[in-house]
Design a protein. Structure first.
Length: 372
């Protein structure tokens, strides 16, 4: 192995090896606990299982994702969807959700204006001539003349509906216009959150998002395949955030979904949040190494390649993560091992595979210590 060997206090290597041994013991204990849990969980519906997984696994991501609002918004939308489903199943008329989409859009517009007053204000400035709402066609023609896209029209209409000075007639016209805009574009939710997360988007970028959305909502048999599809695109963190917000919004607005559909979308959202966490942590690791050939995309792809190995050896790891200095090589290997711990169970063939991978990393880290 061609690395730069530096003078290291032998006592530090001993401490590192003791820490690695303790991690191995802790890994075995956690693995046994996971097996025990799967043995005692009673039979549940698909929706209950998905909801329980979301409630237990997603809050743990808060410490890894700097944007807690995304998780809060997702959990809030899922809670609304499940509440509506329970009321429907119990035979109750969910009048509070009679127009969930419009009320959610109004709340979204208000939150946006509170956090960034210029966002909707700029749209209002572009159509400054429309001060009095009288006809739906007048509004639509004005939007077209001022080149507002679907997302901008929806945000502006939702904001205008929040104005307290609206009389009954104006509110009716605004509501009908909003309904017409949404009905005229079956991708309006995706375009809305693309606008909010990415700003102006090119047709190519929207095409990539459309493909990722289709991947997220299809019944892919393997989570690992699903993750690999997402890792191929640049700017995937923004794309992931867009898809998470799109799916959770659609879920909460469509209260007539079946329990199987709710469970499937909740699982999709959980996977998206988990993959976003991996992307964020991969970027942190790449930045900490500060090497031109190690990018966040490189880290994520290597991580997925590692878990695809039917059997792993320290020599194989050495061939993949050999760096110029032993210090950075150790840091890279240690960071990858921590990322392995973050991957969902569904990325592995069984519990033993994750334990095997981490054990090989521990062995490799001990070898690096001995070389020092």
């Amino acid at each position: 192995m061609s690395v730069k060997v530096e003078s290291i206090d032998p006592r530090l290597s001993l401490v590192k090896n003791q820490q690695l041994a303790q991690q191995n013991i802790e890994l075995t204990r956690q693995n046994e606990q996971r097996k025990l849990v799967t043995q005692v969980i009673p039979a549940q519906s698909a929706l209950e299982i998905a909801q329980n997984q979301l409630n237990t696994e997603v809050p743990e991501l808060d410490s890894y994702l700097s944007d807690g609002y995304l998780i809060q918004e997702t959990q809030g939308n899922i809670g609304l969807a499940i509440g509506n489903f329970v009321r429907m199943r119990g035979g109750h008329n969910p009048r509070v959700s009679e127009r969930p989409t419009r009320s959610m859009l109004q709340r979204l517009a208000k939150n946006l204006e509170d956090s960034d007053p210029t966002s909707v204000g700029e749209l209002r400035h572009r159509i400054g001539g429309v001060t009095k709402v009288e006809e739906i066609d007048d509004l639509l023609n004005s939007f077209q003349r001022h080149h507002l896209d679907t997302a901008e029209c929806i945000l502006l209409l939702a904001s205008m509906l929040n104005e307290k000075e609206n009389d009954q007639s104006s509110s009716h016209v605004l509501k009908q216009t909003l309904e017409k805009v949404m009905a005229g574009d079956n991708e309006w939710v995706l375009k809305l959150f693309t606008h909010l997360e990415c700003g102006a988007v090119t047709p190519q970028a929207l095409g990539e998002l459309r493909f990722l959305y289709q991947q997220a909502t299809s019944n892919q048999p393997e989570l690992l395949y699903w993750f690999k599809q997402f890792s191929q695109f640049e700017g995937s963190q923004q794309q992931l955030r867009t898809l998470i917000r799109t799916l959770s919004f659609e879920l909460s607005a469509g209260y007539k979904a079946t329990d199987i559909r709710l469970a499937a979308v909740i699982t999709d959202l959980k996977w998206l949040l988990q993959f976003l966490t991996i992307e964020v942590q991969s970027k942190h690791l790449a930045n900490s190494l500060d090497l031109p050939n190690i990018t966040d995309k490189h880290v994520t792809c290597l991580l997925l390649e590692i878990v695809q190995q039917s059997w792993l050896y320290s020599d194989w790891l050495e061939s993949k993560i050999s760096l110029q200095t032993s210090e950075k090589q150790y840091k890279y290997a240690r960071g990858l091992m921590e990322l392995i711990k973050l991957l969902p169970d569904d990325c592995f063939s069984d519990y033993d595979q994750r334990e095997m991978v981490i054990s090989v990393f521990i062995e490799y880290l001990q070898q690096l210590n001995e070389l020092e």
